[in-house]
Ligand binder design. Structure first.
Ligand code: PEP
Ligand code: MG
Length: 575
């Protein structure tokens, strides 16, 4: 078989060489049998749901231990789905009309998933997958089959699948999973995020040719950084990949050995390399990887995991635990960034045509001051004795910023009047993630102590490209010259006003962007904790003068492709 190269979306860094394991989810066939009494069928259904609940709890606990609470949240959502009144009501109705528990379950989940998928919305489409996943689990239990998802992998393999559901990804045994490749999925799909957190090399979105080209045991070589999969690699290719793997591993060892050192450019300028996290477990990973602080603590998962908002006490405990792990390092807590693709059930969300342009982030906080105040109280109380900062998301003008700051001041006054202990001197800054904020930095500097560039949204809003839409994923270019100009403008304006600027969008952790950002004079880079050692190393290789040259050169190109090509050639000298 001649060697064949497939190109997909690079989802998680790393090299894997090994045989393919084709994951084909077991076909669950509904047996043709006459229904027992409705009561009997329903009690079988209830027992199966109970068993499914126990399984999901086990998965949730296991994944929380391995990857943190944020990653486990999906199984909590699945557990809640077991009680979905629409699903349960429909099953009861169908059983009442004479169907067996299995038939009723399959019909009800198909209907519900079809309804969600038909809404032509990414978020609902993802929920449709979840409904199917949950339905399959209950059906498997009803059929008396064990939970063997991916359990048949017995030797270290590269998993090949059409798509991996959250349950599939969670049941991957890290010792036997060299890497994985999927036909579908994008950079932000759940399996891609989990792969990055677990450090498993992965490529997604490889297209249908993936399954056509590969059968069980086909030898594979995968480069998760480049998104390249070689099917049936020639000996020479295997050697090249082995070489790359060894090179990367030894480089990683070298880089890891100095993760505890402060990040400095080759000529000694101090820059800060921090981590983006969502909960306590990843604060530990951040410290292990040499994070000098937390540049972005996403707090929204707290607001999405329950049917009601988190209490002040719950938030206080979680923030305090994270501050403790980070010691005296700075921690930037971003206030709730819900809405957009993350609407909680307890707020009155309108039916939005463009949710990312709608009721989201700071807009919700200003409209729901009690919810906002509760969070600010929890942060200020937990910040006692720590180095905490507060950051508002999605600000687009000074009026919004002033109103949000006024609320912080009101909370401080109320706490003081009630003699509650809290940290008074907590710097307050904003994310620069709307083009409006980027061009208004000089104005916003009046009321912002610092800035942090959110390039995920800044790219989406500048280029008018939905960040979660796989169809336009190729147009989502954070190194687009328009985005780069806004980034540079933000840094220049902030510095001219005596304020420091960080970046917590994904771009900050990409090696292809680091030299340019360094050349622009960015003060802080905040990223996925596992990206920190390489970022620190690269920063140490570059003088400010060289970085400025690279940045100037990059700015001279008119397209993202030209910029990427140029930087690729230049980077080869350093990483
Ligand atoms: C961003 O928009 O770049 C960012 C860091 O925030 P989020 O990805 O949470 O929207
Ligand atoms: Mg954002």
């Amino acid at each position: 078989m001649p060697e064949k190269t497939l190109q997909g979306i690079p989802a998680s860094d790393g090299i894997a060489i090994g045989p393919a394991f084709r994951y084909i989810p077991t076909e669950l066939t509904v047996p043709a049998r006459a229904a027992e009494s409705a009561d009997e069928e329903l009690s079988r259904f209830d027992a199966a749901r109970e068993q499914a609940r126990v399984e999901l709890q086990g998965l949730s606990d296991a994944i929380e231990k391995r990857a943190g609470k944020e990653e486990a949240a999906i199984f909590e959502a699945h557990r809640e789905m077991l009680n979905d009144p629409a699903l349960e009501g429909r099953v009861r109705e169908l059983v009442g009309s004479g169907q067996t528990a299995e038939q009723a379950l399959v019909n009800a989940t198909d209907e519900l998933a079809g309804l969600l998928a038909g809404m032509n919305d990414e978020l609902f489409a993802a929920r449709a997958l979840d409904v199917k996943d949950v339905g399959r689990r209950i059906l498997r239990v009803l059929l008396g089959l064990p939970d063997t998802a991916l359990g048949a992998v017995t030797e270290p393999s590269v998993i090949i699948a059409s798509d991996l559901t959250p349950s599939d990804t969670a049941s991957l045994d890290p010792h036997l999973t060299l890497g994985f490749c999927t036909v579908h999925g994008g950079l932000t799909s759940h399996s891609a995020i989990l792969a990055r957190t677990l450090g498993i090399p992965a490529i997604v979105g490889l297209g249908e040719s993936l399954l056509e080209s590969i059968s069980a045991q086909t030898p594979l070589a995968l480069d998760g950084k480049e998104g390249v999969l070689i099917v049936a690699p020639a000996n020479q290719t295997v050697e090249i990949f082995q070489g790359r793997k060894q090179q990367r591993e030894s480089r990683m060892q070298v880089m890891k050995a100095s993760v505890d050192k402060e990040a400095r450019t080759a000529n000694g300028r101090r820059v800060e390399v921090a981590a983006n996290i969502g909960e306590v477990a990843s604060a530990h990973t951040a410290v292990e990887n040499g994070a000098e602080g937390i540049g972005l603590l996403r707090t929204e998962f707290l607001y999405l995991e329950d049917a009601q908002p988190p209490s002040e006490e719950k938030q206080f405990r979680i923030y305090r635990d994270i501050f403790k792990v980070m010691g005296d390092r700075p921690v930037i807590v971003r206030t709730l960034d819900i809405g957009g693709d993350k609407p909680p059930s307890y707020l009155p969300f309108p039916n939005e045509m463009n949710p990312f342009l709608g009721w989201r982030a700071i807009r919700i906080s200003l409209d729901e001051p009690e919810l906002f105040k509760k969070q600010i109280r929890a942060i200020l109380r937990a910040a006692m004795g720590h180095n905490a900062r507060i950051m508002f998301p999605m600000v687009s003008d000074l009026d919004e910023l002033r109103r949000a700051r006024d609320i912080v001041d009101t909370v401080k006054r109320d706490l003081a009047l009630a003699s509650v202990e809290f940290a008074f001197d907590v710097p307050v800054g904003i994310m620069v993630e709307t083009p409006a904020a980027a061009v208004l930095v000089d104005v916003l500097a009046e009321a912002s102590d610092f800035f942090s560039l959110g390039t995920n949204d800044l790219t989406q809003y500048t280029l008018a490209v939905d960040r979660g839409n796989a169809k336009v994923a190729n147009l989502f270019q954070p190194l687009h010259p328009a985005v780069l100009r806004l980034i540079k403008q933000t840094i220049d304006a902030a510095h001219a006003n005596g304020k420091w600027v960080g970046m917590c969008g994904e771009l900050a952790g990409m090696t292809k962007a680091i030299p340019i950002l360094l050349g622009f004079g960015l003060d802080e880079f905040s990223m996925n904790p596992r990206a920190i050692p390489e970022a620190k190393y690269l920063i140490g290789q570059l003088t400010d003068e060289r970085a400025r040259e690279i940045a100037n050169q990059a700015m001279s190109f008119g397209t993202a492709t030209d910029i990427e090509d140029y930087i690729k050639g230049t980077l080869a000298l350093y990483v």
